[in-house]
Ligand binder design. Structure first.
Ligand SMILES: [Zn+2]
Length: 213
């Protein structure tokens, strides 16, 4: 049984790493965002309640979110463990989680915010085929033009500097107390997210191996 949590700022590659961990260790990836969308789409009793919150633009209260997670991790496919992604997000949720179960390891991807800003702000997307470029790290042959289809390369609103900075600030404010909480419990490992995908992944698998000893 292996119960993991993964934390990481937006655009730090958390999604990619989580998918790979999930596959290699056979752990279902339990993401609050997916569960919320799913419950709402299927109109489960919980989903109906949650929808009324989402409609007002608010995130559901902690007890609803925790209920959702509890239902998910009690399914048979989670009998060997699971990987929590996007949960807990508040101290209330973290406290509820402690009541529910003992987490083996929290993987905390740490990346300098300026480098995340640079990565995001330089990103360009082809308007036609969605190919991804970067003005510094992955340039197209002709500036502003897609190599594959000749389409126009644009910057998504999501990648505008102020938006990126705001998102990082929200993440920082939200997770700082949570990181502190797990730090006190002693089950968190910081992973240097400035490294390449492979190196980040092997830092994670090393941490998991150390756990099993
Ligand atoms: Zn294109």
């Amino acid at each position: 049984m292996l119960k993991l949590i993964i934390f990481g700022p937006p655009s730090a590659g958390k999604g990619t790493q989580a998918q790979r961990l999930s596959k290699d260790y056979g752990l279902p990836q339990v993401s609050t965002g997916d569960l919320l969308r799913d419950a709402v789409a299927k109109q489960t009793p919980l989903g109906v309640k949650i929808k009324s919150y989402l409609d007002t633009g608010k995130l559901g209260p902690d007890d609803l979110i925790v209920q959702l997670i509890k239902e998910r991790v009690s399914k048979p496919d989670c009998s060997n463990g699971y990987l929590l992604d996007g949960f807990p997000r508040t101290m209330g949720q973290a406290v509820e989680l402690d009541r529910m179960t003992a987490i083996d390891l929290v993987l905390n991807i740490v990346v300098d915010h300026e480098s995340l800003v640079e990565r995001a702000v330089g990103r360009r997307i082809c308007r036609k085929c969605n190919a991804v470029y970067h003005v510094k790290f992955n340039q197209s042959k002709t500036a502003g033009v897609c190599d594959k289809c000749g389409g126009e390369l644009i910057q998504r609103d999501d990648d505008k500097e102020q938006t990126v900075r705001n998102r990082l600030k929200v993440y920082q404010d939200q997770t700082a107390p949570l990181i502190e909480h797990f730090r006190k419990k002693g089950n968190i490992v910081d992973v240097d997210g400035s490294k390449g995908i492979e190196e980040v992944y092997s830092q994670m698998t090393r941490a998991i191996k150390a756990l099993k000893k």
